[in-house]
Each structure stands twice: as C-alpha cells, then as structure tokens.
Design a protein around this ligand. Structure first.
Ligand code: NG1
Ligand code: ZN
Length: 533
C-alpha cells in the first residue's frame, strides 16, 4: 500500500525542518511561513484520515488571519463547518511533531484507534488567504492529500468563511447552497436585496459604508458584492493593496482597530460616517466611526451581538412562535453588554470558554443562537425546528399577514447569515440590514448602552500552562492561591472584574480587567498582572 510513499514523499520533498514541538491550538497551527511546509504536508495526510473516518468532505484553510504577512497557518474544518473536533487536536499535534520516519507508524496508530476504512476516495476542500507563502504551502498540503490517495479540491484564494460554506454545501448535498463562489455570492446578495426592498435609505440610515479590506482577501472578495448589490448598498473600499505588498493587516483590519482602539490607516476620516474593518481572512468584523471632535468610537462584537439579538427578538415576537433565542459570549464580553442584553432585552446569555468551537457548540442549545466574541467573530445559527416552524408559519394563509411576513423575513434573513462560521462580509450585510430596518445611524446603535472601561494585557511567563481555569475561564484553579489574590484585588475596585487565562494562540497569559473608570481598569489590570509574574 501507499504508506511507503508517504514516508518517501516526506523525506524527499517535505522533511521536518523544525525540532521544537508545536501545538494545534484554537486557531490550528500558526508560525512563520517558512517553518510550515512539513506541517502542511502532514495536515494533508490527517485531513484524508479524518475524511475517511467521518465519510465526508473535510476542509483545510491556509491562513494566519490577523497575524503579520510573513506568518501563516492551517486549520481543519469538520463536515458541518465546525472546527476540528477536540479529540483530534492531539492527533494534529502528534502528526506535526513526529519525525519523518515515524509518520507511517503514526498513521497506522490512528487507523487502528478509529478503525478507519482506507479505501474511500475522499474529497479535501482547500482554501488559502492572500499571503505570498500560501500557494507553496497549499502545494505541500495537496501532496499530503495525494500521498494517501485523497482528492484535493483547490478553491484558490477564498475567505475562511467561504471555505466553511463550501464544506457544508458539499456535505449537505447542496441543501445549504451551491458549493461555488458564485453560489455563495448569489445566496447572500439575493437575501440582502430582498430584505432591503426598493427603499435603500430609511430614517437616519444611509446606505453608504466605508470598508477597510485589511489589504487581504476581504478586499478581493468585496468587489463581487459591490457589483451584485448595485445601488442597494454603496460600499466604498479602502486598503486593497496587491498581494505581496507586505501590507496585509498592517495598521489596518479588524484586529488592529479593536486591539489598538484606533482608526486604521488608508481610510479617510469623515466625521460621523459608518466604517467597518475585516481581518486578514475575513472572518472578523468591527464597526467604528470618528466624531466631529476626532473622538474614536468602536462598535465591537458585543455591540453587533446585542444589535442582532434585539432585532431577532423583535421580529420573532411578531411571528408569535414559541422559539427560544439566546446569546453566547465569552468572559471578554464587556459587562455592560451582558447586563443590557440579559436585563433590558431579557434575552438569556451564556458564557463559555474562548474559541469559536465553544461558542458555536453552546449556541446549538437554542432555536436561534447568536454568538460573538468581543473581537468581532460571530454569527447566528438556527435549529431545524426553527426553520420548520418558520416555513410553516410563512405558508399558513389562515394566519395574520403580520405573522406570515415576520416569518418570511426571518427565513430570508437565514439565507443572509453564514451559519457555518463567523463571516465578516455576511455579518456586515446583516448589520446593514438591521440598521436599515430600524432606520438607525451608527450613533443610535451606539446609544443602546455604554461600555464599562476595560483593559486587556499580555503577560509573558516561563510556562503559561501553569495557569488553569474553570467556569468559562473566569476562575483560576492553579497556581494555588492566585484566584484568592485576584478576588482580593477586584474587591478594592468599583465595578471591578478581572480574570487571567493562558492564550491558546500565543505564548503569553492574558489579563482582562474592567472597572468604573479608565484609570481604575488600567490599575486593576496592572495589579493582577503583577500577581501572574
Ligand atoms: P487566545 O489567544 O486564546 O486569547 C485569540 C482571541 C480569541 C480567538 C482566538 C482565535 C482574544 C482575547 N482572544 O485567542 O477570541 O479569536 O484568538 O483567533 O481576543
Ligand atoms: Zn480571522
């Protein structure tokens, strides 16, 4: 059989060049691009094994998202668009770290453990972002797929959420949509135009938006939307530098805007004008504007989540259907957003550990589950119960017109949403749809609540894994005594809240603090950080 080829391929074309172990984290593998060839090859092997085990198409995305251009990364996408199942992460880690001559043995080990049939001709769907290193890494990956006789289907440069969409389309027999780029654009823009109707502006809402493409795939792909949306939406694009310019995510993009709390370069400053930024693989979105006094106003994932949940609640009430709606956040969500959504809007809120897989998983508990990380990654998912009931209601002519229309609108909205994963462009179209429906400008959106001052810090430590947590990462279990010290500090601050956790994507510990004033939030974060050292 072909496992000999696997080894020969590995040794001759993709030898392991790095001695140090790497770990499959929340975002898969991330590293300097020139250290990743052998990792890609091995992920190609693993993808085939996973696909045969699941008897389904598996996706592989080559991207390092918001990281600098010289970095790259890889993550596997499971059949229904989820992140690779947790129990397989350790296999990914093992595959990446064994010596070339242990590959064959490792493959046999996993085949034995999962009783994987090695005959199916499985498809592996591959996508990549605009990084100059991505084509050669995609080649390494496809070599791995071919070495185990899998069939690579290369979609070229696509956004991460597009790749998730293709995987789900293929695994649902196209019920979710056509597994092509065109199918994706058509599905989203058709829904958008239907919801918008003939009046493009409404009340204070104007259909003009400044869009920061982060000099990446989000810039490349928005052009299709601009064309298909025509006059219904005027998206003015900035930061669309060509591949290899070195400008990807540089002083722009969603991560820069959110973490620096700054207006990006390359976008003109127009007072009180709605702007948005996507990140390097277009799965994160952030809105913002500059006021007439050059004050910067950020509308992060928490704000998008609350806007979306409030709108869904409104329209759901009109359908008079008994469907439960819930919002999922992480501990990084601003306390003001949690209070607003749970107390004022009376929508139940759940808090889970960092990482999309946890949010997505929890959102499945609701008929309509909204989930967002504060950094702008999120989406909405709808249960089949919800879809069935909405379809029945929309069709039932004995019901009031208002009920039927509301159900119909919700059904169209489902098509606008990328349920497979957070999708910056789909989220943007959803936010624009809601603002349009409410007749709101960005200031009216912002006035829902006021963020509590907060501070996020990175602390470098010898071994970040000595910190372990529980209760959705809000409480430290080890090192012993640390939580008691944090509690004591928090108690000294008005509206104080703080937690620490090891990052899943960087070799650091993150410290988060909230308090009544900016100075207090900074001071609390600093004092907690000192305890972590
Ligand atoms: P880590 O490095 O584990 O904190 C970061 C983000 C997550 C998530 C992942 C994956 C923060 C505080 N953390 O995780 O929200 O997006 O990266 O990209 O923003
Ligand atoms: Zn991203």
């Amino acid at each position: 059989n072909s496992y000999r080829t696997v080894y020969a391929f590995a040794r001759e074309m993709h030898p392991k060049t790095v001695k140090a172990d790497i770990q499959y984290g929340t975002a898969g593998f991330r590293a300097k691009a020139n250290n990743l060839g052998y990792v890609m090859y091995r992920m190609g092997l693993l993808a085939v094994l996973r696909a045969r085990y699941k008897r389904a198409t598996i996706g592989v995305m080559i991207t390092a998202s918001h990281n600098p251009e010289p970095d790259n990364g890889v993550k596997l996408v499971d059949p229904m668009g989820e992140m690779l199942e947790q129990s397989w992460e350790k296999w990914a880690t093992k595959f990446a770290n064994v010596g070339d001559d242990q590959l064959e043995e490792t493959i046999n080990e996993i085949i034995k453990e999962y009783d994987i049939p090695m005959t199916d001709r499985v498809e592996i769907v591959v996508g990549k972002d605009t990084r100059p290193s991505s084509p050669s890494l995609a080649k390494s990956l496809t070599d791995g797929v071919l070495a185990l006789s899998g069939k690579p289907v290369d979609y070229g440069i696509v956004t991460t959420p597009q790749l998730h969409y293709f995987v789900v389309c293929k695994n649902t027999n196209r019920k979710y949509g056509e597994p092509t780029e065109e199918g994706y654009y058509t599905k989203l823009t058709k829904a958008f135009k239907k919801l918008r109707g003939e009046t493009f502006t409404n009340g204070s809402y104007k259909n003009r938006l400044l869009y920061d493409g982060a000099n990446g795939v989000g810039a490349k792909k928005i052009k299709y939307f601009q064309e298909l949306l025509g006059n219904s939406m005027k998206i003015q694009m900035y930061n669309d530098a060509i591949i290899g310019s070195g400008k990807l995510n540089y002083m722009c993009g969603a991560d820069y805007v959110k973490s620096q709390q700054k207006f990006p370069t390359g976008v003109p400053v127009e007072p009180n004008t709605r702007c948005c930024s996507v990140d390097g693989d277009a799965d994160r979105l952030i809105y913002y504007y500059m006021d007439e006094n050059n004050g910067f106003h950020l509308m992060d994932g928490d704000r998008m989540a609350t806007l979306i949940a409030s709108y869904l609640k409104e329209i759901l009430e009109k359908t008079e259907l008994d469907l439960n709606l819930g919002l999922v956040q992480t501990a990084y969500a601003n306390g003001a957003s949690t209070e607003y959504i749970s107390k004022k809007l009376q929508v139940p809120v759940a808090c889970v550990s960092t990482g999309v897989k946890h949010l997505h998983h929890k959102a499945l508990d609701y008929d309509i589950g909204v989930y967002f990380e504060a950094n702008g990654h999120g989406t909405v998912i709808f249960s089949s119960n919800a879809k069935d009931k909405l379809t029945e209601t929309a069709k039932n002519s004995s019901l009031s017109e208002e009920r039927r229309h509301a159900a119909e609108a919700l059904l169209t909205l489902i098509d606008l949403v990328n349920e497979t994963v957070g999708d910056a462009i789909s989220d943007m179209l959803l936010i624009e749809t809601i603002l349009h429906a409410k007749g709101w400008d960005i200031q009216q959106w912002e006035s829902a609540y006021t963020d509590w001052p907060n501070r996020l810090m990175k602390v470098t430590v010898q071994d970040r894994n000595v910190i372990t947590t529980t209760d959705a990462e809000r409480v430290c279990v080890t090192p012993e005594g640390l939580q008691a010290e944090i509690d004591a500090l928090v108690a000294k601050f008005d509206k104080g809240r703080s937690f620490v956790r090891p990052s899943g994507t960087e070799d650091i510990v993150r410290v988060y603090a909230e308090a009544a004033t900016r100075e207090q939030a900074d001071e609390l974060a600093l004092q907690v950080a000192r305890k972590v050292h």
